[in-house]
Design a protein around this ligand. Structure first.
Ligand SMILES: Cc1cc2nc3c(=O)[nH]c(=O)nc-3n(C[C@H](O)[C@H](O)[C@H](O)COP(=O)(O)OP(=O)(O)OC[C@H]3O[C@@H](n4cnc5c(N)ncnc54)[C@H](O)[C@@H]3O)c2cc1C
Length: 447
């Protein structure tokens, strides 16, 4: 008798992942549920629930999910045939700084427009027939959803970052019937699921030839946008005409155009005041900052040298041979302007966030009754660093309270934004010695 046939995979998913608070809202379980599941928004979180359709959840919907079991050493072996030199960033062949050569693409993108430029290059050179991206305003102006872009114009409509948690992998249900080859853009947990499914040779991902993605530090629930609206006297998201998380000159600002003609704006670093109040549990859980299982991953080039130049700069990690080839071809075609940098320079730009993920996530996950398994962990974390994490736990714990959210909504943005920025910078400089100490020489144990 085949034992797995008798397992109720939905009940197992609930027991192993959902009920123990490990679900990362990546969308895989719904996307592969054959219509048995849908998302319900409960207190800003996407929770999978049963639809009216009868039947058994396919095993792949459970096995493909990367929330609880995501063995990075095994996935590295499968994708790259090697293990990383540094577990801080995963396998990297070459690191670059750069931007799209075309000014329109560069300025439409979140940082340097590199991801959009890559998709356009692959589409125009007929390497792919479509690119799976995230689009805002397709059905509702405020809502983001996965979308298959088939033209340069559609790719540019999807450019920019979406900071509200949005399950990308719900689109897996459509991909089996989509002509390929495709490129797929996703966040680290979404990409890990894609790689798990490719390893299983699942039909939903067979047409995916290239996998790219942004660095991913923190993400918020859509409640953050609703709170921002309320603090501007707007009671409902239905009043939104357009929503851009990173409009204008790099690093960009949140921009919400309302149907009554008003435009609400908040500088990127001021809008970040909402992070402690609305950060998602997956941002706190997932230890992958640089999107380690992609062919190419891209982040903001946070360095005074590039920030002063303005215009938009990306830090780019080419992880696979095909990733390197794409970038070199594009450089020859003059589609991107890039220069090689040492990986150490790339890591130095994001020391704070690397610590947040490579030490912080492991400390936070240790507090959980059921812990996600990644197949590796830091060899040692000092008591000082654990103390810093406790301070953050208290801070985020207070932020989650309804009363804290209520208070912050009633303080004008021109006060709370700059105050938060000062607080953020002070906290960064106070915690910096502990957070940066030995970060680059950190040792990890592969289990
Ligand atoms: C939630 C989130 C957190 C991030 N945190 C950091 C950080 O801490 N530090 C840092 O340096 N960079 C971070 N980034 C990456 C940064 O914002 C840019 O996405 C990155 O620099 C690529 O810029 P680009 O101009 O090359 O991309 P673009 O040319 O703008 O292309 C971006 C592509 O990503 C897709 N996309 C956008 N949002 C999502 C999403 N939520 N899910 C799936 N696909 C999406 C778009 O559809 C588009 O195809 C984050 C991005 C996101 C989405």
């Amino acid at each position: 008798m085949n034992e797995t046939k008798d397992i109720d995979w939905w009940q197992k998913y609930k027991k192993d992942i959902l009920d123990v608070g490990l679900d990362t809202e990546c969308g895989t379980v719904v996307g592969l549920s054959e219509g048995l599941l849908e998302y319900k928004n409960i207190k800003g979180k996407h929770i999978p629930v049963r639809t009216k359709k009868d039947g058994a959840l396919p095993q792949a919907a459970y096995d493909g999910c990367a929330a609880r079991l995501c063995n990075y050493p095994e996935l590295n072996e499968y994708v790259f045939k090697k293990q990383p030199k540094s577990w801080l960033c995963g396998v990297v062949e070459e690191a670059f700084i750069g931007h799209a050569a075309n000014e329109n693409i560069r300025r439409t993108g979140a940082s340097g427009g590199i991801l959009s430029a890559i998709l356009i290059h692959l589409l125009e050179s007929k390497e792919i027939t479509g690119a799976v991206c995230m689009k805002t305003g397709n059905q509702n102006p405020w809502e983001s959803e996965p979308f298959i872009a088939h033209s340069k114009e559609e790719i540019l409509e999807c450019a920019g970052s979406v900071y509200s948690a949005t399950p990308m992998n719900t689109i897996l249900s459509e991909l089996e019937n989509e002509d390929g080859p495709l490129a797929y853009i996703g966040l680290p947990d979404q990409i890990a699921a894609i790689r798990k499914l490719q390893r299983m040779d699942h039909p939903s991902v067979r047409n995916i030839k290239y996998v790219f993605g942004p660095y991913t530090g923190t993400q918020m629930s859509f409640e953050a946008i609703k709170s921002f609206l309320r603090s501007n006297g707007v009671r409902s998201e239905d009043k939104i005409k357009t929503l851009k998380y990173r409009a204008g000159e790099w690093p960009g600002h949140l921009q919400i155009e309302l149907k009554d003609g008003r435009i609400l704006q908040a500088e990127k670093f001021h809008y970040n005041y909402l992070i402690p109040f609305f950060i998602t549990s997956s941002s706190l859980q997932i230890p992958d900052f640089t999107n380690e299982l992609t062919d190419i991953s891209v982040g903001d080039a946070w360095s005074p040298k590039y920030e002063e130049k303005r215009g938009g700069y990306s830090v780019v990690l080419a992880r696979s041979e095909k990733g390197v080839k794409i970038l070199k071809d594009m450089q020859l075609d003059k589609a991107i302007t890039i220069e090689n940098i040492p990986i150490s320079e790339a890591l130095d730009m994001h020391g704070h966030m690397l610590d947040f993920k490579k030490r912080g996530s492991f400390i936070r996950n240790n507090w959980k009754k059921v812990k996600p398994e990644y197949g590796y962990k830091p060899a040692k974390i000092t008591d000082g660093r654990k103390f810093v994490e406790w301070c953050m736990r208290i801070f985020f714990g207070i932020g989650k309270l309804a009363v804290s959210r209520w208070i912050v909504e009633h303080i004008p943005l021109k006060i709370v934004g700059p105050c938060f920025n000062v607080l953020r910078k002070s906290w960064k400089s106070v915690s910096r010695p502990t957070k940066r100490k030995n970060l680059r020489t950190m040792e990890f144990i592969v289990s």
